[in-house]
Write a protein that binds this ligand. Structure first.
Ligand code: NAD
Ligand code: ZN
Length: 264
């Protein structure tokens, strides 16, 4: 039996499914992964910029990089994999989408499919509908105040030409930072708990476009497996997870995902 057919059968038989995605799903939209050369910005590596220390030292530089990333992502569109997952999550009960990505493309795909069926599409910052992802690492399009913790959507163009021009908190006026989880920071507990609860309840964990080496996200497929569920992997390359997967589909996300989610 083909891997695609086997994946379809496993997904069909599962009462609930947790989907874990990483940078690879957005590679097909043209968003660079960190590991490729395209992931570099100027001479910096992400590990030198995506840290609380880097922001404390030079918030202007860090905001300049995030402004660049926002613009890159804004110029991209959700691909067939994002859209197929969003549609599937709306049509089929028991699907939880969990992403390590900060690019907002799952949320944009949710908006697209919600518009197919709803007269008024909800805004992207509305409470989770079934196609809305749990964003483990936050979002490029949210900011958090460094003083009062106020959090909100922020899609404006970032002016990082001088420290004085940087975005400020709408509540208290202090400097805001991107609401993403940086190297060395903890993930938001409530989001993580929901993701692990979904993983433990799931008959299948569908893992798309992640090398699954960065914890705690990497523990999500393991949690499904420990609870007796199966792992289905979509990745053109073998990963540390491949040995534990019931099925590995060596194909790009935009090709493989719509195909395994198709009925029949
Ligand atoms: P990673 O190494 O987990 O992601 C790359 C994985 O995707 C690799 O296993 C690769 O084989 C696979 N891949 C590449 N092209 C693919 C395709 N077309 N279809 C399916 N799979 C494909 O992640 P990373 O890029 O090193 O990033 C590390 C962290 O930074 C993660 O949290 C990641 O999500 C985040 N990040 C997010 C974005 C984003 O939001 N789009 C971009 C870069 C990094
Ligand atoms: Zn504030």
């Amino acid at each position: 039996m083909s891997a695609t057919r086997r994946a379809r059968e496993l997904l069909h038989a599962a009462d609930s499914v947790v989907v874990l995605t990483g940078a690879g799903i957005s590679a097909d939209s043209g968003v660079p992964t960190f590991r490729g050369v395209e992931g570099l910005w100027k001479q910096y590596r992400p590990e030198e910029l995506a840290t609380p220390e880097a922001f404390a030292r030079d918030p202007r530089l860090v905001w300049e990089w995030y402004g660049w990333r926002r613009e890159r992502v804004t110029a991209c569109e959700p691909n067939e994999a994002h859209v197929a997952l969003a549609r599937w999550a709306r049509e089929r009960p028991g699907v939880t989408i969990v992403t390590q990505n900060v690019d907002g493309l799952h949320a944009r795909a949710a908006t697209l499919v919600e518009a197919e069926t709803d007269r008024t599409a909800p805004a992207e910052d509305q409470p989770l509908g079934p196609a809305r992802p749990l964003e483990l690492h936050g979002s490029l399009f949210r900011v958090r105040c460094t003083e009062c913790g106020d959090r909100r959507e922020h899609r404006d163009r970032v002016d990082a030409s001088s420290p004085d021009a940087l975005p400020r908190c709408a509540a208290c006026g202090a400097l805001v930072r991107p609401d993403v989880v940086w190297f060395g920071e903890a993930l938001e507990r409530a989001v993580l708990e929901r993701a692990f609860a979904a993983a433990e309840a799931a008959g299948v964990c569908l893992v798309v476009g992640t090398s699954a080496i960065v914890h705690p996200a990497a523990g999500i497929p393991a949690a499904t497996r420990r609870a007796g569920g199966r792992i289905v992997e979509v990745n053109p390359e073998p990963t540390p997870l491949s040995g534990a997967a019931a099925v590995s589909i060596r194909e790009r996300a935009a090709v493989a995902v719509p195909s395994i989610l198709a009925a029949g």
